[in-house]
Design a protein around this ligand. Sequence first.
Ligand code: SAM
Length: 351
Amino acid sequence: KFNTNVGQHILKNPGVAEAIVQKANLKPSDIVLEVGPGTGNLTIRILEKAKKVIAVELDPRMAAEVTKRVQGKPEAKRLEVLLGDVIKTELPHFDVCISNTPYQISSPLVFKILALPNPPRVSILMFQREFALRLTARPGDSLYCRLSVNAQFWAKITHIMKVGKNNFRPPPQVESSVVRIEPKMGSERPGVSWGEWDGLLRVCFVRKNRTMRASWLGTKEVLAMIESNYRRHCSLNDIPIDDTEFGEDEEAMDVDVGADEEWGGIMDVDEEEGDDAPAFFKQEAERLAREAGTKTKSRKKKTRVAELIREKIRKVLEDVTELADKRAGKCDENDFLRLLLAFNDEGIHFN
Ligand code: SAM
């Protein structure tokens, strides 16, 4: 009767439910967002401690279950059930988020929470073990990826509890973990734009074992995306662009990325770093060009502006940051931040 396609694995161990709610350190004044209340195992415990629960549930049958569970009780007035997909729902303000998360939405949920203008004080979220380990991975770890850098840039993340699969009905295929996410607030919150940071990381992590030089200069889709962005930057700032053609055919570009670093290589491709990355950057380039009213029609000859951009990238990687030979998988957030600031200084932006 449970629909595992939408991640319906109900927590059947009351001890685990109790521990999750306790880890949130709820205050009587708190408004709590619960994602996917299901039959309400967490919901009723949150209602004991908090002022109000806003529960967003995709499945109408489950929304009816949790509503029925408090029907006729005083708590009913403090529970608001919103029917729908939490990712597409415009969320009202809340202080704390608690969720036994349907694993399909793990990544979008984390970023939805972190990107809120007024993020919750703390989130206690159950994820698949591997996702939790990615969130907390450090440079050099095998699971370190774009998600790790992005999440840890905006929040303090701690692994707080392992939960075995037999605590759920029906049991999922994999083990789970509970993590605590505390967004950096006030002066701790980084002063860079969300889109710029994520755009930079997307390029760096196309393949985390590639050198920065190969990631930035070895892919025509990446260069096209940067060129579109640079053209837009120039048009917004009245900087003239030299579009004259010169030199060799575009095909003859001279960056050797090495056979094992080509697209489609078998170097640990994972969900964050799939083979569709070139397509992503191509789309980005086209979208930016549309916005700026310029064209990305592929040219036979290199133009001066393309050459200028390659020179700017080379300067940033080799001279300013000295990260050209480093691999994203070994860089820490400080390296990425230096890289972003150096690119921005050259008029290269990512959103
Ligand atoms: N909270 C309950 C518990 O711990 O026993 C149920 C957790 S179950 C892992 C995930 C719940 O999220 C299911 O009830 C499912 O219907 C719901 N769900 C799945 N996708 C959702 C989405 N995009 N938005 C909101 N709820 C979703």
